[in-house]
Design a protein around this ligand. Structure first.
Ligand code: GDP
Length: 418
């Protein structure tokens, strides 16, 4: 494919058309056929303090046309709790996209008000509640008799905006991520990276990763499949190496010194291009979200995060995981349980085998020791006997040499004749 795309230069060089953003138009090649046929839902959440560029990023990510910010005011009656200033609000924008036969309901959930208060101790709470409420809604559908068409409003990715301080994570950042990492795929990003120099970004990234590691926070880690082709592996590694992504957002087009028109931010000293990988990691973030890892984000949300939430909830509700009811409604849990049983059996067998082996070794060792002692005793006996024999022979030899008659034997007769 692509041979007639006209992107091939005269010298056979592949050139990317400028302004040709990698967006949903590319999805048909990327997602599983089943999802394509059925249509699917992807929901991302953006979290971060006001003014860090969340709305701008959403617009940049979806090429403006999808998320006109005015849509927000056009939204029907706001859900409870969206009033700004008193609590963290949750606002969501959805858009049905159909391109080349792919139906996608894309939703971006914004969380205005997060971290904006004098006391931000509980800023994470409404967000956790929101994520769990979405899990609950899904669980409720799963437990219905008719599960023909599940509506999946679960959050598949949470883009967490880190203020470009250049120092390290703030206590609020750490608290948020610690509370959320078992519930949602965390994708940390450095906001407004154009306010830092390249060196500052590099050092800041290192410190952020150290903090994340130190606090044992699990951020989204794309799985590495061994049977992947080299190109994909390299692509994944490239994406991974950029985490946390240094982001520059802009929904305006500016002109560059060489006369190109690009999305970016103009400064007296030059232009930062949003879609230029040499300038920031925006392209990598977008690539991961809607190009290379959308399926993985959805899978991990379903198989690990949601699954964990569900079994915790069922335990809390007093549902015994051993009960057949639970297994019936939850084949994954049944499988996991069977695997656990099997593993327990294996490790018990291993322990038994180890014990038997140790016993055998011990027996063998003591047997060896006994026979060693016996051998030694026998050896000594033989040696003594030989020594005695040799002494007797030597004695006899000496007598013969000195001409003296050999010692008479008991009968008194002489054994030698002159
Ligand atoms: P939100 O409150 O997090 O949604 O932030 P907004 O998207 O409303 O952005 C707040 C301000 O920061 C606006 O004036 C944006 O133009 C500006 N802004 C957004 N992204 C960037 C960025 O990457 N770099 C810089 N320097 N400014 C940005």
């Amino acid at each position: 494919s692509g041979s007639s795309s006209g992107l091939q230069g005269a010298a056979g060089m592949v050139r990317k058309k400028l302004g040709n953003f990698v967006g949903f138009a590319n999805l048909p090649d990327q997602v599983h056929r089943r999802s394509v046929r059925r249509g699917f839902q992807f929901t991302a959440m953006v979290v971060g303090e006001s003014g860090l560029g969340k709305s701008t990023l959403i617009n940049t990510l979806f090429e403006n046309k999808l998320f006109d910010l005015e849509q927000r005011s056009r939204n029907a009656a706001p859900p409870p709790g969206t009033e700004r200033g008193r609590t963290v609000g949750i606002e969501s924008l959805s858009s049905d996209i159909e391109e080349n036969g792919v139906k996608l309901r894309l939703t971006v959930v914004d969380t205005p008000g997060y971290g904006d208060f004098i006391n931000n101790d509980d800023s994470w709470k409404p967000i956790v509640d929101n994520i769990e409420a979405r899990f609950d809604a899904y669980l409720e559908q799963e437990n219905r008799v008719n599960r023909a068409k599940l509506i999946d409003n679960r959050i598949h990715a949470c883009i967490y905006f880190i203020q470009p301080t250049g120092h390290s994570l703030k206590p609020l950042d750490i608290e948020f991520m610690r509370r959320l990492h078992t519930k949602v795929n965390l994708i940390p990003v450095i906001a407004k990276a154009d306010t830092l120099t390249d060196d500052e970004v590099t050092a800041f990234k290192r410190r952020i990763l150290n903090d994340i590691h130190h606090h044992q926070i699990q951020i989204f880690q794309p799985p590495v499949y061994e049977n992947e082709d080299e190109e994909t592996i390299a692509e994944n590694e490239e994406i991974l190496s950029k985490v946390p992504f240094a982001i520059v957002g802009s929904d305006t087009v500016v002109s560059t010194a060489d006369g190109r028109h690009v999305r970016g931010r103009a400064y007296p000293w030059g232009t930062i291009e949003v879609d230029n990988e040499g300038h920031c990691d925006f392209v990598k973030l977008r690539q991961m979200l809607i190009h290379t890892h959308m399926e993985e984000l959805r899978e991990h949300t379903n198989d690990v995060l949601y699954e964990g939430y569900r079994s915790e909830k069922l335990i809390a509700m007093g549902v015994n995981q051993d009960s057949s009811v639970f297994k019936e409604i939850n084949p994954a849990a049944k499988q996991a349980e069977e695997r656990k049983l099997h593993e327990a059996k294996l490790s018990k067998m291993e322990a038994e085998m180890k014990m038997v082996f140790q016993q055998k070794v011990q027996e063998k060792e003591s047997k060896l020791k006994i026979s060693e002692e016996e051998l030694y005793a026998r050896h000594k006996e033989m040696k003594d006997a030989l020594d005695k024999q040799r002494m007797e022979l030597e004695d006899k030899k000496r007598r013969i040499e000195s001409g003296r008659p050999p010692t008479p034997d008991k009968s008194g007769t002489v054994s030698s004749v002159d």
